[in-house]
Design a protein around this ligand. Sequence first.
Ligand code: AMP
Length: 420
Amino acid sequence: MHKIDNYSFAGKKAIVRVDFNVPLDKKTFEVTDDTRIRGALPTIKKIINNGGAAILMSHLGRPDGKVQDKYSLKHVLPVIEKHLGFKVKFAPDCIGDEAKKFAAELKAGEILVLENLRFYEEEEGKAYSLAEDATEVQKKEAKVRVKESQKNFLKQLASLANCYVNDAFGTAHRAHASTSLLVQYFPNDSMFGYLIESELKAMDKVLHSNEKPLTAIMGGAKVSDKILLIENLLNRVDNLIIGGGMTYTFIKAQGGKIGKSLCEEDKLDLALELLTKAKEKGVKVYLPVDAINADAFDANANTQALKIDITPDGWMGLDIGDETIKLFSQVIENSKTILWNGPMGVFEMEKFSKGTKAIALAVAKATEKGAFSLVGGGDSVAAVNKLNLADKISYVSTGGGAMLEYMEGKELPGIKAIRG
Ligand code: AMP
């Protein structure tokens, strides 16, 4: 495994797995958020400034193995060109003669973007073209068929370049052709790009931090999505702050009244178990003490602020209250390492966004005082961006699912393939 910083791309063609899976406007197909494209720029620039040529490959959306214009990567070309300041080439197929010709003609300093990898079912290794009533035998046969043709798909992609770079952190938790298999064709010439390198550095910094207290702030809708993460973090953190919809499973499990707040009835025992485990490990758990309750899940609902465990029937908690904001902010501002995943309330609605904003500000404040802060997970990142606080956080992760899995302690296929 090489480090991209030390690798010489002079005279080489690098095939780079980037994550250009960006949101597009449904009518105009214009890119509505280019964060992921910007994230890949340092790697692209390193390759071309170093005298190499870059062949960029990505997926976009879920075309399920079929060519569909709305998922074409041609839609992202104007944004790449805007950021780089020059024209890039586009191969309307990621493999085959045309891709080969484009790649062969590519000169040093040039960039070629390949069409969506997922126009081929070989990318995900899934048999999409199966009849709905396919038998188990047919399903098995189809899988074998896709796996067989995946080899050809990989060979064709590999033939385009001399070295392989993986910089698609957002898909690093998927064992797909371009993320975890293509690397085999470049045994001496594979590496992570700068984006994956910095994501790994930020996550490892939190997981192995000696800068204490280490505080994890968990929010979002469901406990069930975050159980594994919470369990892994219990071995590492000093403080665990819980907010958002998942609060109410913990409150109900402890005998509180939660009205019609979000609750996972089948996770009540687990919530108690997590609290016991935390106690055994000496982790301080902070749950909300008050909430902003609403009489409907609606931006214009009637609201009232109440203690967390006396939510009246027919009402639901949609944000943390002022006392909780004070309590959480104090813990956060006294922390030296912070991980934040998931909003404190239904921040998409103005009325219930105060808690999430306050927590974002507390994290920014702690960072200003010297703490290391990592924010990840789609919604908390959206909140930080909405508040223009991204540059006041030490690291804002680009990969929701990938970050969660890494922080849970899982080995990500896209990472393992290169690290070994
Ligand atoms: P997640 O994807 O698990 O991080 O969940 C994010 C979602 O949780 C956001 O869309 C929030 O609106 C939602 N959420 C946060 N707090 C609550 C709450 N108290 N009740 C219902 N939904 C919530």
